[in-house]
Design a protein around this ligand. Sequence first.
Ligand code: S3P
Length: 172
Amino acid sequence: MKKNVILTGFMGSGKSSVGRTLASKLGFKLLDTDQMIEAAEGMTISQIMKKHGEEYFRQKEKELLKQLSDLPERHVISTGGGLPIAPGNAEALKQAGYVVYLRAKPETILKRLSGDTTRPLLMGEDKERRVRELMEYREPIYTRGCHLPIDTDGKSLLELTDDIVKRFNHIR
Ligand code: S3P
């Protein structure tokens, strides 16, 4: 396994904020797959999905994943919530680094994302139902596709990052 840390988890599970703190603690570079796709396409995720559809976005994620497997070490990679879900992606992530799954309860996600307008997948009528359905489907895939699952509910950023650093230092 390469010495990168990869953060996975549902939208709103805290991948971006944990990623930033973790990268600075480890002295690693930070990458964010959503930001990389947005930069390459010159559009936000919402615009990409609106213009080209979700399948196109998933294809971009798959292409990016190929590039990530060539990445040198010492990176923290924050992934889009759906990236590990397509067949083969979770396995490829596990090859690219130490995969940490940030687990959060649907209630926590809904609280964190109340008022959010940047997640096209959650923009329909019944957000709670959508979160619960998507999460139920994805949970076993996130769990199988990680080296370390971490419960985030009620934990501070500091607690979470300290925990991850400890576990990562233990295996590297
Ligand atoms: C998605 C999660 C988003 C973004 C896109 C789709 C998903 O990233 O990639 O809106 O399918 O869960 P975040 O997990 O950073 O919100």
